[in-house]
Write a protein that binds this ligand. Structure first.
Ligand code: CUA
Length: 160
């Protein structure tokens, strides 16, 4: 088969770009630090209480980050640690949560906070709490006998 010179160049260009694209996607897939927007960080669900930050559930004031507080939550049948979360109004908060056993929900009524907590995965959500008051944290994933009793409280309070 006779190929015109320019046809040959064009073919080489096509094959060349295909190889380049495959290399790029291949390298991206191999690189562990590359995460798609909806992928989650993973954790060993059996060792949750030993792994930071989950070894210290609760509200932590942080400095030098884009948010003011980190709220670390560990869910297990049928409770949340901590059971009460207290944050000053208008603070930027990062919720970091996981489950020790089965899939639980983390929905804060009357807010836009709603995460699914899966064992082995870390769920994160950053938001500004700008409404004062007491909010009910509820589990919205059926997780067993005590599902309906699984709740916590978020208290958004004035700065001292
Ligand atoms: Cu936990 Cu339903």
């Amino acid at each position: 088969m006779h190929l015109h010179k320019y046809e040959k160049y064009w073919l080489m260009f096509g094959i060349g770009s295909l190889i380049v694209f495959l290399l790029i996607t291949g390298l991206m897939a191999l690189n562990n630090s590359h995460e798609t927007p909806n992928s989650q960080k993973t954790i060993n669900p059996e060792k949750v209480s030993e792994i930071a930050p989950f070894n210290k559930p609760g509200v932590h004031k942080v400095a030098g980050k884009d948010w003011d507080y980190e709220v670390v939550v560990v869910a297990s049948a049928f409770l949340y640690e901590p059971s009460e979360i207290k944050i000053p109004v208008n603070s930027k908060v990062k919720f970091i949560a996981t489950s020790k056993d089965v899939v639980h929900g983390f929905e804060i009524a009357k807010t836009n906070i709603n995460m699914m907590l899966e064992p082995g995965h870390i769920s994160e959500y950053t938001t500004t709490v700008n409404k004062k008051g007491e909010f009910l944290v509820v589990c919205n994933e059926y997780c067993g006998m005590g599902h309906a009793e699984m709740h916590a409280t978020l208290k958004v309070v004035d700065f001292k």
